[in-house]
Design a protein around this ligand. Structure first.
Ligand code: CR6
Length: 817
């Protein structure tokens, strides 16, 4: 294939010229008059030039090869900054640095000018971003489909210790990484009615939507690492259709017509900020249908050749459903095949069942999406009909397999009857999907045994596991350049795309030079973090203290409260005189967490963390020994600075609640030791790094079940454990709220009388484990050894390995070289 414009050469000179051209002709400014933002945009567009021919060629090859593609459907892609990754993948880091230095521009300043696209809440959205990175790097024909939210995850600020949300205006200063394609917009219908008619003796249905919106695609480059490939992420933005407002304009209602435009554009306006606790809002269902309808249409009409026989669709694509958010794609494909393409029901179902696979990301019942029939029927009447028919056929199968067990049919029905008639999206996905997977061994086991047990008995071969992973490009190579250099010096650079090779580091635990350098790297990463937090938040970090980090969404099941009770206990022990200050090993505890804006308890916990931090940090009695930092607005960019600096990774969810976790993997890979429960992927991390290099504590999942079944009474733990009692009393008595005893009453009462996530039950075990941490940290050499072994033994957690597992176990697709 011939690319019309040649890519600039990989030289400082060529790069400089391309950059100046972008600055002058793209931004329309002279170098001397350019702002940092101008320079950032010009730089981004320069790097883009180097990716462009690879992008066109990747698309061309994908079309030519006729290979099976993976279409990853996800309502969230938490991408993080793009510039760094693009420089890395093109091998331009040094050239760009030198070119800019020649112009007296500091590359790191331009890097910092980028506002990250925060189009996701947490682990699920970040996982999707890691997966498209791996797919591209592994040369698998693939495309990511999602929503271009105008406002991503809110920007968190603190006012008097309380979380206050600000809109995330990530598009404000221009977004050089996206390519809008208005000419490729597609129309999506909503509402209206269906009518049935007979054709060739067959009952058919016709849907007439009442209103529609346009979906406009924005394409993003997804560069592979040093493999000459650039895949595509296609995010959809909602616009008003012309027909829609013309009608209103013609009737003379100008203002109404403009309002209609806003109404349509609302669909992609904002990312719902709930992580694992969906709110069941109508607009959210609109978002979900909007993006999957656009995506299926795009794949069928634009990605596939014009004359493609859709009976063969399973040869060409697997649509991977990232949680239940895109599951409405199942009835949508049925509708396209049956209503638009004239398929019979059975042949359409045959095709559909082979084209979808479903990943479940939770064990929390409240996270499983359920849409009221009333709402679904009003918004998508034809889809509701289709879901009913799928359910009828499915229940017939259940009744045939289990005659005289009507209760079973009710339990397994896609339609729930109580508390209101509603569609269980996870069940629909399980019935339709060729495969269903959980995201860590334990999670997949619990899915089979608990959440979807009756489905797993009916179709055991449908269920499988793919343990999550993280991309080593972003979370090791980019985030931790110094450790990367050390590793490459020791074992060569192959690990970046073959992370199991980190195993080759094991012998270096006995190499004094290597261990010294390893320690130095950690220390310099702490200094780097100190610089970032100083500048960003005005916080100071002592690089000689143990850096103890808990960063993740704020959720009761993750138990930030347990970590906080540890802090309060240490504070109490010193200030009461029980523990001489010299005996307290210096610690800096860092929290990072956003709470869903409507999640009252989570927001109260944020307020309490900030209040404890304010009290502790101002108290001279613990100065230099205990410090609590809570930088606001934890995001991917901050994670990339925090994780490489951490000594201790807090992964302390109640066993059986965290599906996998992915932060846990990032920390271990960067040489932090984990203190954690036997939950999610912690289980596999511990198996790999070895018990002696992991601080395990707490109830196991079966023990949790036993405690709860016996009737858990948290107050009993309070009564029996003096140090716990003192910590809770300290919070309740106003120590952290200027004497106000009411401030944290909801938190204290909740722990004493409810404590759904067994914080009090695990308190003592957690404190004991923390004592083991202090002791271990005191032996610098042994600690370094454990840290190195954590790096060496966690190569398994590369998202490349996850993708490899998906390819073999679920997708039946492979790389095209
Ligand atoms: N909240 C899980 O809770 C998992 C990610 C990615 C989550 C977390 O344990 O690592 O997905 N689940 O699989 C959902 O979002 C529903 C998450 O990020």
């Amino acid at each position: 294939m011939i690319v019309p414009t040649p890519t600039p050469d990989l030289t400082v000179d060529a790069f400089t010229r391309a950059f100046l051209r972008e600055l002058n002709f793209g931004q329309g400014v002279e170098l001397s008059a350019s702002s940092v933002n101008d320079q950032y945009l010009a730089l981004a567009r320069t790097v883009r030039q180097y990716l462009m021919s690879r992008w066109l060629e990747t698309q061309h090859r994908q079309r030519e090869s006729q290979a099976k593609s993976v279409a990853y459907l996800s309502a969230e892609f938490l991408l993080g900054r793009q510039l760094d990754n693009a420089l890395l993948c093109t091998g331009l880091e040094e050239i760009a640095d030198e070119a800019l230095r020649g112009l007296d521009i500091d590359l790191s300043e331009l890097r910092d000018a980028e506002i990250e696209p925060g189009l996701g809440n947490g682990g699920l959205g970040r996982l999707a971003a890691c997966f498209i990175d791996s797919l591209s790097t592994m040369s698998v024909p693939s495309i990511g489909y999602g929503i271009r939210y105008e406002y991503g995850i809110f920007r968190q600020t603190f006012v008097d210790g309380h979380q206050v949300e600000q809109p995330d205006t990530w598009l404000e200063l221009g977004s050089p990484w996206e390519f809008p394609h208005p000419e490729a917009a597609v129309t999506v219908g909503f509402g209206g009615q269906t009518e049935s008619y007979t054709e060739d003796g067959e009952q058919r249905s016709r849907w007439t939507p009442a209103w529609s919106v346009l979906g406009m695609p924005y394409n993003y480059m997804v560069p592979g690492y040093h493999n000459g490939r650039v895949s595509t992420l296609r995010l959809w933005s909602a616009r008003a259709t012309r027909a829609f407002d013309l009608q209103i304009f013609n009737s003379g209602h100008y203002a109404d017509a403009v309002r209609a435009q806003t109404f349509a554009e609302n669909i992609s306006k904002v990312l719902y900020p709930e992580d694992s606790t969906p709110q069941g809002k109508e607009l959210r269902l609109q978002q979900q249908y909007f993006f999957v309808a656009c995506s299926l249409r795009n794949f069928i009409e634009d990605v596939l050749p014009a004359d493609f026989d859709l009976h063969r669709l399973p040869e060409r694509v697997m649509f991977q459903l990232n949680d239940t958010h895109p599951v409405i794609a199942v009835p949508e494909l049925m509708r396209i095949l049956v209503d638009e393409k004239g398929f019979g029901w059975d042949e359409a179902w045959e095709v559909t069942q082979q084209c979808f696979a479903y990943t479940c990301h939770t064990l929390l019942p409240e996270a499983l999406e359920v849409w009221p029939v009333e709402l679904l029927g009003r918004l998508l009447p034809r889809h509701l009909e289709i879901i009913y028919r799928i359910n009828d056929d499915f229940l017939a199968q259940v009744r045939a397999t289990y005659p005289r067990d009507e209760l079973k049919a009710r339990r397994m029905s896609i339609i729930a009857e109580h508390p209101e008639r509603a569609v269980r999206m996870a069940y629909l996905a399980t019935v339709a999907g060729a495969k269903v997977n959980g995201v860590a061994e334990l999670h997949s086991q619990l899915l089979r045994d608990k959440v979807l047990d009756e489905f797993a008995t009916l179709w055991p071969e449908k269920f499988t596991n793919v343990t999550n992973g993280v991309t080593p490009r972003r979370f090791l190579r980019l985030a931790n350049p110094e450790l990367s250099r050390l590793i490459t010096d020791a074992i060569g650079g192959g690990w970046v795309t073959d992370l199991e090779r980190l195993r080759e580091l094991e012998p270096f635990v006995d190499d004094p030079e290597f261990t010294r350098r390893f320690r130095d790297v950690k220390r310099r990463n702490k200094l780097r973090l100190a610089g970032v937090l100083e500048k960003r938040d005005g916080l100071t970090v002592d690089p000689d203290s143990l850096l103890d980090v808990m960063v993740k969404r704020l959720h009761e099941y993750k138990r930030q409260m347990l970590k906080l009770l540890h802090v309060v206990t240490l504070y109490d022990r010193v200030t009461s005189g029980e523990l001489p200050i010299e005996e307290l090993a210096p610690r800096t505890i860092v929290f990072g967490a956003k709470a869903a804006p409507g999640y009252k308890m989570a927001k109260d916990i944020i307020w309490l963390i900030n209040s404890v931090a304010a009290t502790v940090n101002a108290d001279p009695r613990v100065e230099g020994r205990l410090k609590v930092l809570f930088p606001a607005n934890y995001n991917v960019t901050l994670a990339e600075k925090l994780i490489p600096a951490a000594d201790l990774s807090e992964q302390i969810s109640l066993a059986g609640k965290e599906a996998s976790g992915t932060g846990n993997m990032k920390f271990a890979l960067n040489g932090a030791l984990t203190i954690g429960t036997d939950d999610g992927a912690n289980v596999e991390i511990r198996q790999l790094v070895g018990d002696e290099n992991f601080f395990l504590f707490g109830l196991t999942e079966p023990e949790v079940t036993t405690v709860v079944d016996k009737g858990y009474r948290p107050a009993a733990y309070y009564e029996a454990n003096e140090s716990l009692r003192r910590a809770l009393d300290m919070i309740a008595s106003g120590t952290f709220s200027h004497g106000d005893r009411h401030a944290f009453e909801p938190i204290v009462s909740n722990l004493l009388y409810q404590d759904r996530f067994l914080v009090l039950a695990d308190y003592q075990a957690y404190l004991d484990a923390q004592e083991r941490v202090d002791e271990a940290y005191g032996d610098e050499e042994a600690w370094t050894r454990s840290a190195i072994l954590n790096v060496a033994r966690t190569g398994f957690f590369s998202s490349d390995r996850s993708i490899h597992d998906y390819l073999g176990r679920i997708w039946g697709a492979g790389p095209v070289h």
